[in-house]
Design a protein around this ligand. Structure first.
Ligand code: G3P
Length: 218
């Protein structure tokens, strides 16, 4: 079953989505923390963990392997639900290789824009490979093709790394990611709201209620 994550650090959005009973996890990043107006990564991450009781990703800000590993050690100690986000760079690969040997080494490899990057992070031991579909589309590329090719590569060689479709911009991205076989889709709250609603549902419901009122109303 494809899992659905919210791509936000906003606790109120997460609280609301957990009430709908379909949320499996959350991904955050420094930009999302800035939008949520907090620099307290630990407190905010733990609030989110409390709400979802599932995987919650928090990102390092160091750019050298040593610094990433040091930050990862702290971040991963906060909760068994926390995954550490490490960018796909040469330093990031070194860090992923090291962290994934730890018993609690849950890595979400991030900022992935090609099947070769996805292959490398999987080889290094990442648990998730986050492919940024929307940012590629923004640049005139076909982001979903990277998801499709990565799916084939992971399947061809039996990689355990989960394919995470990120940078989702609209509901068509969600459908395409599901058809492409993404293991996880992380999406903004606004896209999740749009997945639920259809004007046809609203009109249909209105008509049912009006007709019921005619036959059963006083
Ligand atoms: O979680 C990271 C990714 O989803 C970023 O999305 O909208 O900043 O391209 P976006």
């Amino acid at each position: 079953m494809a899992r659905l994550f919210l791509d936000t650090a906003n606790v109120e959005e997460i609280r609301e989505a957990t009430r709908w009973g379909i949320l499996d996890g959350v991904t955050t990043n420094p930009t999302l923390m800035m939008r949520a107006g907090t620099a307290d990564l630990k407190a905010n991450t733990l609030k989110i963990v409390d709400l979802v009781q599932g995987p919650v990703s928090a990102e390092v800000v160091a750019t050298d392997a040593g610094g990433m590993i040091e930050e990862a050690r702290k971040i991963l100690s906060w909760s068994e639900h926390v995954f550490v986000k490490i960018p796909c760079t040469a330093e990031g690969l070194k860090a992923i290789r090291e962290i994934s040997t730890w018993p609690n080494g849950r890595v979400n490899a991030t900022l992935i824009f090609s099947p070769t990057q996805a292959y490398l992070v999987a080889k290094a031991g990442a648990s998730y490979a986050s492919i940024f579909v929307g940012r590629m589309d923004d640049a005139g590329l076909d982001g979903m093709e990277v998801v499709r090719q990565t799916r084939d590569i992971f399947d061809n060689y039996g990689f355990h790394c989960q394919l995470l479709a990120a940078s989702i911009r609209h509901t068509a991205h969600v459908v395409d990611a599901l058809l492409a076989g993404a293991d996880i889709i992380t999406l903004p709250f606004g896209v999740l709201q749009k997945m639920i609603r259809s004007p046809f549902t609203d009109v249909g419901l209105e008509r049912f209620l009006a007709d019921w009122e005619k036959v059963a109303g006083g």
